[in-house]
Design a protein. Structure first.
Length: 444
């Protein structure tokens, strides 16, 4: 941090920076000889560096907690919508001005409330049957984030020019306006929340093993996730209230050549290369198996099965194709095996009487066996050309154009034959005597 304070448009030697910082912190030593350097170091650069450190630490802790809470490496305050909610709350506080001040809300409080509202929406939308699905949570966070981002853009359209400059500051994020009087609140929240979250360290490790394992070990999963979301919202809202909408930078794309080199090094026994190989392709495999299987609930299991197969066969990888293609081919086989296994697996029913279950599952309103035999006799009595057109279109479900190609006649002829076949069937059914006594009135 001392080096960071000394670097800038005016480079300050490290010794001078140390002397100025020690003088202001402890009050000992002589005053700096150059008042201009003292102003640059203590009033301009030092607050920015300290705020940058606090903001980075707070968002990093929040991101790590969210990744553990939802078991997803994509999770961070921006992806889950917390940053956008806090930004909207701060922007509303800045644009409404007197109304917010009259309600006793400051920018920091409004940002925290915005993050809490975003977290509550994500928490509600991410649940399914009382359980929180990690994939649904991420998708809900992205959706809620875009809603809050749109609301922030709407506020910008109705802001005055002076307010618009402040709004853009919150949208882009910056530490250029850091002041010493802003740092105590951020420091207290970041340090206190970080210390509190360290007490949940073992529970977070258990949560990474899955909801079922965590529940079996006595962890209340829903309550723990709620507490983690609240603390993450507190961290995000407090940091954004001072530094603006700072997000995590996008990771650069890893080329196929690099991934293949890591796979070959991993085949040779390099444990660090194994870790890089898995981390580089984990998201690709997860998206690929979720698309092939058509079920996001089994995507995590299929991805784990894919990497288990790949790591087992990694010693046979020779690099003839890229490691990405090789791994995705293994993922395709894993999905195919899962589908075949599900097809072979017998389906169970919750009832002891299977015949009753079959009867209840049968569609209502269909003709019985006797009615079906009678209908078949009526259809057989139709002329050959009309019977053919009726069966092709009404029984086999072919479109009229396809039925015309099968019968080798125009489409209009098919339509005419079907209409006449329906008329003939209606006439024959009207002439057919009703011999079934089940609808006859009772005789006294």
């Amino acid at each position: 941090m001392i080096v960071a304070i000394g670097v800038g448009a005016v480079n300050v030697p490290v010794g001078d920076v140390w002397h100025i910082v020690v003088h202001h912190v402890t009050g000992s030593g002589t005053a700096p000889p150059d008042p201009a350097l003292d102003q640059i170091v203590w009033n301009f650069r030092a607050p920015r560096v300290v705020l940058a450190a606090l903001a980075g630490a707070g968002l990093a802790v929040s991101g790590a907690v969210l990744q553990s809470a939802v078991s997803n490496l994509l999770a961070d305050p921006t992806v889950l919508g917390f940053s956008y909610g806090a930004t909207l709350g701060a922007v509303l506080a800045l644009t409404l001005g007197g109304s917010v001040a009259a309600a006793g809300l400051g920018v920091s409080t409004a940002a925290f409330l915005g993050a809490m509202v975003a977290g509550a929406l994500v928490f509600a939308l991410g649940q399914r049957r009382g359980r929180m699905a990690p994939t649904r949570l991420v998708l809900a966070g992205v959706a809620v984030g875009y809603v809050f981002l749109s609301a922030t853009s709407f506020v910008q359209l109705h802001a005055s020019p002076n307010e618009l400059r402040t709004v853009l500051f919150w949208t882009l994020g910056s530490v250029a306006g850091a002041q010493w009087d802003q740092l105590p609140t951020v420091a207290v929240v970041v340090i206190a929340t970080t210390v509190l979250l360290t007490l949940f360290g073992r529970r977070l490790n258990v949560l990474l093993a899955g909801d079922e394992s965590a529940t079996a070990l006595g962890v209340d999963v829903n309550r723990l996730r709620f507490v983690l979301l609240v603390l993450s919202a507190l961290l995000t809202g407090t940091v954004i209230a001072v530094a603006g909408g700072i997000g995590f930078p996008a990771q650069p794309a890893v080329t196929d050549e690099t991934v293949t080199a890591w796979a070959l090094a991993a085949a040779g026994g390099d444990s660090e290369a194994v870790d890089r190989f898995v981390r580089a392709l984990q998201r690709d495999v997860l998206r690929y198996v979720a698309y092939l299987a058509g079920d996001t609930q089994v995507a995590d299991d299929l991805a784990q099965d894919t990497f288990l197969r790949a790591l087992t066969a990694l010693h046979r990888f020779e690099g003839r194709s890229s490691a990405r293609v090789w791994l995705l081919s293994i993922a395709r086989r894993a999905v195919a095996d899962n589908i075949r296994g599900a097809a072979r697996r017998p389906r169970t029913d919750g009832t002891a009487d299977w015949e009753d279950a079959v009867e209840r599952a049968r569609p209502a309103g269909l003709p019985g066996f006797d009615d079906g035999v009678a209908l078949m006799h009526l259809v057989e009595a139709l002329p050959r050309d009309r019977r053919e057109a009726f069966l092709l279109t009404q029984v086999y479900g072919l479109p009229y154009a396809d039925a015309a190609q099968v019968a080798r006649c125009p489409v209009g002829t098919i339509r005419s034959r079907v209409a006449r076949a329906r008329l003939n069937l209606a006439e024959m059914m009207a002439d057919e005597p009703d011999t079934t006594p089940r609808y006859a009135p009772a005789v006294a």
